[in-house]
Design a protein around this ligand. Structure first.
Ligand code: NDP
Length: 250
């Protein structure tokens, strides 16, 4: 796992932190951004992160990883502070980690409701809390929150998931308005081929989404491209929100 010093990094190579980089959209984002930036990858499955970092560094890219549980503020602070100590700055934080256990409300899967609030919403807030002081001090930085098309419309079985994603959009827009020298972007994917439907929730309802994914899902690289687009804009240009979904998704 390479840890280059700031002097080895070119000035346009940003320090980009990605949460939930061990699979899916986070992994695709890491692969896409590592070509031009230095990526710092966080998640709980360090073995997978380690393999990804090895692959990226062997390809000549700049990447490193660290353990991260976004539900734990101290873990998120340690992730950000470690990057700050090694590189002197954090240019971009991609708050991507998320879970989506689907079920009807009447099943009362309260533990899963709380997990979604903890990862999808509290995790984003923890990320913001960890980077905002240093970005405010530097009057520079970019926070990218991964929401969803589920942040725009509510569907049965995804009620609490949608609630967390609506909240992520609300937090993002409010933060954007409050911080006139920082950039804040929401990237809202539609159905995307990842591991999101593979754990938790009602098996039948998770399966129904997998069927829909087969029909209209898109590759995670499409979301990574949108994140890259937002980062690539000049410092005075804020991409407020990008919604990216399959052409065939209604
Ligand atoms: P994946 O399940 O493939 O990836 C989820 C990532 O989140 C994993 O890397 C996982 O890593 C990480 N994660 C989960 N819990 C935690 C935690 N407590 N702390 C740190 N990391 C955590 O799904 P996606 O790539 O699809 O999900 C990425 C984001 O995209 C999510 O916010 C999701 O809601 C959103 N999204 C996805 C869509 C889709 O169709 N796939 C559509 C719309 C939005 P680990 O388990 O190793 O910690």
């Amino acid at each position: 796992m390479s840890h280059p010093t700031p002097s080895t990094l070119s000035s346009d190579r940003k320090i980009v932190l990605v949460t939930g980089a061990s699979s899916g959209i986070g992994e695709a984002t890491a692969r896409h951004l590592a070509a031009g930036h230095h990526v710092v990858l966080g998640a709980r499955r360090l073995d997978r992160l380690g393999r990804l970092v090895n692959e990226l560094t062997e390809a000549g890219h700049h990447a490193e990883c660290a353990p991260l549980d976004v539900t734990d503020l101290e873990s998120v602070k340690a992730f950000v502070d470690g990057a700050l100590a090694r590189h002197g700055r954090v240019d971009v934080l991609v708050n991507n980690a998320g879970i989506m256990p689907l079920a009807l409300m009447e099943e009362l899967r309260v533990d899963e409701w709380n997990q979604m609030i903890d990862v999808n919403l509290r995790g984003v807030l923890h990320g913001i809390a960890a980077v905002l002081p240093t970005m405010r001090d530097r009057r520079s930085g970019h926070i990218i929150n991964v929401a969803s098309t589920a942040a725009h419309r509510v569907d049965p079985t995804g009620v609490v998931y949608c609630a967390t994603k609506f909240a992520v959009r609300a937090v993002s827009d409010g933060l954007r308005q409050e911080t006139t020298d920082l950039r804040v972007t929401v990237v809202s994917p539609g159905l995307t081929h990842t591991e999101l439907t593979l754990s938790g929730g009602n098996a039948q309802m998770q399966g129904a989404v997998r069927d829909a994914l087969e029909a209209v899902g898109i590759d995670a690289s499409a979301i990574a491209e949108a994140i890259g687009y937002a980062i690539a804009q000049p410092a005075n240009v804020n991409v407020n929100e990008v919604v990216v979904q399959g052409t065939a998704q209604v």
